[in-house]
Design a binder for this molecule. Structure first.
Ligand code: GDP
Ligand code: MG
Length: 167
C-alpha cells in the first residue's frame, strides 16, 4: 500500500518539526529538485508493506505574500485533491484566524483530515486541554484528533498509525 500525505497548518505550529521527526534521517528520502508532478515530495517513509509519501501542497502556505489571495482562490483546494489523507497541525490552546482559513480551505475536501494538536509538552495541566479539544472537535468531522508533541515525539506513533489507516 502507498499513498500521499499532506501536512498543512498555519506558520509556526510545528509542521516542519513534525515532518522531520516522522521521517528521521535514516528513513527519509528527500527530493533534491522540485518535482514536475502535482506535489513536491518531501519524504517517503516505508514501514513494512506501507509507504507514506509526504508531499508539499501548493496554495497551502500562509507564510507567503499574497497568501490571502491564494486562500480566496478555489483552485488551490484542487491541489490537495490527489492526497489520500491530510494532517492538519494546530498549536495547543492557540486557535487563530489563520487556522480558521486553513480549515476553510479543507472544508471543500472530502479526504480524511487528522487533527494533530501539537506542542502538548507545553501544557502544565492536562485538564486545560480538554475544553480546547472539545472546541476543536466541533470544527469539522475529523478522522481523528491526536494531542501530540512533535518536538518530544509524544504520540507520534499513534499519529503515524492513523495516517496509515487511510493509505
Ligand atoms: P512550521 O512553521 O509549522 O513548519 O513550524 P516549525 O516546525 O518551524 O516550528 C515552529 C516552532 O515551534 C519552532 O521553534 C519549533 O521548535 C517549535 N515546535 C515545534 N513542535 C513543537 C512541540 O511539539 N513542542 C514545542 N514546545 N515546540 C515545538
Ligand atoms: Mg515549516
Amino acid at each position: 500500500r502507498c499513498g500521499f500525505v499532506a501536512i498543512v497548518g498555519r506558520p509556526n505550529v510545528g509542521k516542519s518539526t513534525l515532518l522531520n521527526h516522522i521521517l528521521g534521517q535514516k528513513l527519509s528520502i528527500t527530493s533534491r529538485k522540485p518535482q514536475t508532478t502535482r506535489h513536491k515530495v518531501l519524504g517517503i517513509k516505508t514501514e513494512g508493506p506501507v509507504q507514506a509519501i509526504y508531499v508539499d501542497t501548493p496554495g497551502m502556505h500562509v507564510e507567503e505574500p499574497r497568501a490571502l489571495n491564494r486562500y480566496m482562490n478555489k483552485a488551490a483546494t484542487s491541489a490537495l485533491s490527489g492526497v489520500d489523507v491530510v494532517v492538519f497541525v494546530v498549536d495547543q490552546l492557540a486557535w487563530t484566524t489563520a487556522d480558521e482559513m486553513v480549515l476553510e480551505k479543507l472544508s471543500k475536501l472530502d479526504c480524511p483530515v487528522i487533527l494533530a494538536v501539537n506542542k502538548v509538552d507545553r501544557i502544565e495541566k492536562r485538564e486545560s486541554l480538554l475544553p480546547h479539544l472539545d472546541m476543536l472537535s466541533r470544527k469539522r468531522n475529523f478522522a481523528e484528533i491526536i494531542p501530540m508533541s512533535a518536538l518530544k515525539e509524544t504520540n507520534l506513533e499513534p499519529l503515524e498509525k492513523a495516517v496509515t489507516r487511510f493509505l
